[in-house]
Design a protein around this ligand. Sequence first.
Ligand code: LLP
Length: 431
Amino acid sequence: MHSFHYKNASLHCEDVDLAALADEHGTPAYVYSANTIRDHYRRLDQALEGLDHGIEYAVKANSNLSVLKLLVDEGSGFDIVSGGELRRVIEAGGDPAKCTFAGVGKTREEIQYALKEEIYCFNAESEEEVAFISQVASEMGVNAPVAFRVNPNVDAKTHKYISTGKSENKFGVDFEVIEEAYARAAALPNITLRGLQMHIGSQLTSLQPFMEAVEKVSPLATKLKETYGIEFFSIGGGVGIVYDPALASGKPEWWADQDEEQKPLTIEQYAAGVMPVLKQTGLKILLEPGRYIVGNAGVMLTRCLYEKKGTAKTFRIVDAGMNDLIRPALYEGHHDIAPLKEPGDTAVTAVDVVGPVCETGDFFCQNRELPDFAPGEAIALLSAGAYGFVMASNYNSRGLPVEILVDGSVAKVVRPRQTMDDILASEIAAL
Ligand code: LLP
């Protein structure tokens, strides 16, 4: 489901007119649909019915407190990657006992904080990290629950910057040596081996890599259960979303497997595929979805400032830049563009939609056929709910955009626009 549609020739989020929001709160602005988030969480939960499972929403995808609160109310657990994300979960009313802590570089302070808050488990990415967790836990006189992240060396067939499950990636412990790592960890003081984790990559649009990973790693999970009494196997996140409906029947250009005719994976197909293999482990299965839950639940609104006709190209310059939404620049990410005023039968023109930031990579699309929208008009960049605002920066001394949460006919600012005064307040002019 996603709740962005034209009503009375104007793009709406649920029952709220986005043009009115853009007028009232200015642009750039992120707008999220509460009901889409709830719907996606429930769809995944229902698709996993019959399997002993837990959903740990990956906070990094969208960590706004109001988004987290919605998921707390749905009963979600949380996958965190920093002390900061743990703090956010707690502020939103989430239960640390339902949190797993991932990431290759946890610091002493973060480990201490997570131990104090009694999180469910550390998902450790190296033996060195487990030895350090053991040391910190011993100093505090507590036991640390730990799972290793296994790197199964499976090709996720996604963009190289978001592929994590190959041996050349920095993540996890190699499949070949993981059993020895468990044996050594079992001998360390103040460590309880609680689970096994993996995550092979993000924005996966076919079942095959998930199946390959689950089939390869499940027997290991069963063995670890028998040897060390672990209680869970986390299969990570990674389920992709449809960014470009035009590609829904084809495949992104960076897909390695050119011959295979594939349609994007639905959450039901994903669950139906992995469940039979996972059930055999007899373990509690955890999932860490981020993008699937929030990706299509958000848009970024931006207003066209100028149309600049060059000799080679036409540029529509908008008031959002790569600092507000970096996915096109960083991952060649596609975001569909929809004018807030429903386009009629007007002809389309091939244009580059670009931002004001002084970088050639500051574009949202290149040579894309788009309906006319004139300077002064606002547009929406779709599917911006995941890895959108959370990756925004102050580059070019631009304030962070406002975030708005829509629930039915109610729209609430859940983070005000950052002003230049806010930015300057945290800086010290030393000279
Ligand atoms: N679990 C772990 C250990 C992860 O590293 C990630 C994402 C997830 C779960 C959630 O993955 P998801 O379900 O959202 O695919 N900024 C990039 C994506 C980076 C993903 C990092 N890890 C993008 O905009 O495409």
